[in-house]
Design a protein around this ligand. Structure first.
Ligand code: BG6
Length: 531
């Protein structure tokens, strides 16, 4: 089959305010201000992403970056640092002439985020950059800093006259998760931001939405006539969403101790995958239409009672074991982790979406660190065909029909069905129709931040979380946090690194006569060999 990708052109996205945001064209003239300019995210992701946008000619010529941090540096020294770092973190080979001209647009301002004087100096620097680079007073602020700084930073920006949208320029703020650590703190953060900014100025980033395969869920569902008619309780038996990582907590023990797998992954990344899978068709691809439907899906996720939490949620913590062929320590021996820690590194949940489309279709979610494979996928199992025709044959059961959206790393989509094994006897094998992104579209090295930064520059908030989505997610998770805190785990660590989580995670599905899909080659297939 030949790729027809080139034939599909993107049409401009119409903004809720009626503005047409041209995709694939340079973003608006603007300045990106990065709070946390000397941090990891800046050098590993943000600058390489901006460089990729520049080489794809979708960065306005009138564009500049200001890094802000406590480290005392001149703009010149910052440029030297970024030049060193880009050679380490770029996702493509660096074109020196292009980088030379790009790096001239980087500035640095040392300052304390609690000090109003920092913002006064920022205001002067921005005015200067506007004159030099023609950036027209359009600024977006990237909060690559700890969340406890968000509210103060935004208030002080406002006090310096840097947050108000007036005289035709725009001001936007990008914040990274965590958006609160529970429902109350998420609401408080939304309120504090809302005191200074309009919701339309707030861009809550979830880097999962920067992944092409995640964006493709909507296209797959709504650009094809064949799947949507069967995307409901009449045909779907259940859905499994897996986000498995082989890595441990590495150097992030201090953050992770206060977060745990549930907070770290579920209300954000996993609920994005769940809402895109479960939502109704939006009226358009405008930000409001898409996010309204995602929010509705999240609001329909049933909140579990305390009894249900005890039977429908599973938590785990890894002990030592062999992961990716290497012996690794248990979570409690990781740096900056309490040797008696009760923090979970694995979660499995059985959720229901209480609406017309999904009534009685369980959504099983699992995520964890130190699992046997790094894989993110959404697997939809369809109901089985009646067995009646096979009663008189040696076949004992029919293969499961799975549609699997492979988000990462081996990006693609596959459909599993039963086929007759050639020969005189009636035998069935499970086979896959398989699409791999790389075969059709090649691979475009990216940091995953390009699209999101560009969307912010053109004012398209479709791929960012809205306050009500965040709160809807926490409403589901909060009762679990409460019960888990009231009933501390007694059997941690309860899974060895390099295994698929505690036995209770398997029992969660076995009780329903199901099992987790076998991923990769680490177990026998129930219905016969893979192709
Ligand atoms: C982050 C979490 O948001 O997502 C990490 O804080 C996790 O704990 C990471 O490892 C996973 O992202 P990805 O893109 O590697 O799946």
């Amino acid at each position: 089959m030949q790729s027809t990708a080139a034939a599909v052109q993107e049409r401009p996205a119409v903004q809720p305010d009626g503005r047409v945001a041209p995709k694939g064209q340079p973003g608006d003239p603007c300045v990106m201000v990065i709070f946390g300019g000397t941090g990891d995210l800046t050098k590993r992701k943000l600058i390489p992403a901006l460089y990729n946008l520049d080489t794809s000619n979708v960065l306005a010529e009138e564009f500049a970056v200001v890094g802000i941090g406590r480290t005392k540096l001149t703009s010149e020294a910052f440029r030297e640092r970024m030049t060193r770092d880009i050679h380490e973190f770029a996702t493509q080979s660096v074109d020196e002439a292009r980088w030379e001209s790009f790096v001239k647009r980087l500035y640095y301002l040392p300052g304390d985020l609690h000090d109003p004087d920092t913002y006064r100096r920022l205001q002067e620097l921005l005015a200067d950059i506007d004159r030099k680079h023609g950036t027209r007073g359009n600024y977006f602020y990237y909060m690559a800093i700890a969340p406890n700084y968000f509210a103060t930073t935004v208030r002080l920006l406002d006090a310096a006259g840097l947050a108000r949208e007036e005289n035709g320029h725009w001001r936007r703020v990008i914040i990274e998760k965590p958006f609160g650590h529970d429902l109350d703190s998420a609401r408080a953060l939304n309120r504090e931001l809302g005191e200074v900014l309009n919701e339309s100025q707030i861009y809550r980033i979830d880097h999962y939405l920067g992944k092409e395969t995640v964006q493709n869920i909507l296209v797959f569902r709504f650009a094809n006539g064949i799947f949507e008619p069967i995307w409901n309780r009449h045909y779907v038996d259940h859905v499994q969403i897996t986000v498995a990582e082989t890595g441990g907590v590495e150097q992030r023990g201090d953050y992770y101790e206060g977060a745990g797998a549930l907070r770290d992954m579920v209300p954000n990344h996993m609920f994005q995958l769940l809402s895109l899978t479960a939502m109704e068709a939006p009226n358009s691809f405008a930000a409001r239409a898409v996010r309204d439907e995602q929010t509705k899906a999240l609001q329909a996720v049933q909140q579990l009672t305390p009894e249900e939490i005890l039977t429908r949620t599973v938590r785990g913590q890894y002990g030592p074991g062999t992961c990716s062929g290497e012996w690794v320590p248990g979570y409690r021996s990781e740096p900056k982790v309490d040797p008696q820690s009760r923090t979970e590194t694995f979660v499995a949940l059985k959720l229901s979406i209480d609406n017309w489309r999904w009534a009685d279709v369980p959504f099983y979610l699992r995520t964890g660190k130190r699992l046997p494979q790094r894989v993110t996928e959404i697997a939809i199992q369809f109901k089985q065909a009646p067995f009646v025709l096979f009663r008189e044959t040696p076949i004992e059961h029919l293969p499961d029909n799975w549609l699997v959206l492979r988000i990462q790393p081996d990006e693609g989509i596959s459909l599993r069905f039963g086929a007759k094994v050639p020969g005189t006897a009636m035998q069935l094998g499970a086979v896959d129709m398989d699409f791999a992104y790389v075969d059709y579209f090649g691979s475009t090295p990216s940091t995953g931040y390009e699209r999101l930064l560009h969307d912010c520059m053109i004012g398209d908030a479709t791929l960012f979380q809205r306050a009500d989505m965040v709160e809807a997610g926490w409403c589901v998770v909060e009762p679990m946090l409460d019960i888990w805190q009231a009933v501390p785990p007694r059997n941690f660590p309860n899974y060895a690194a390099g295994t698929w989580g505690p036995k209770e995670a398997h029992e969660l599905l076995e009780r329903d006569g199901r099992r987790w899909r076998t991923i990769g080659h680490d177990g026998p297939e129930r219905n016969g060999p893979r192709r």
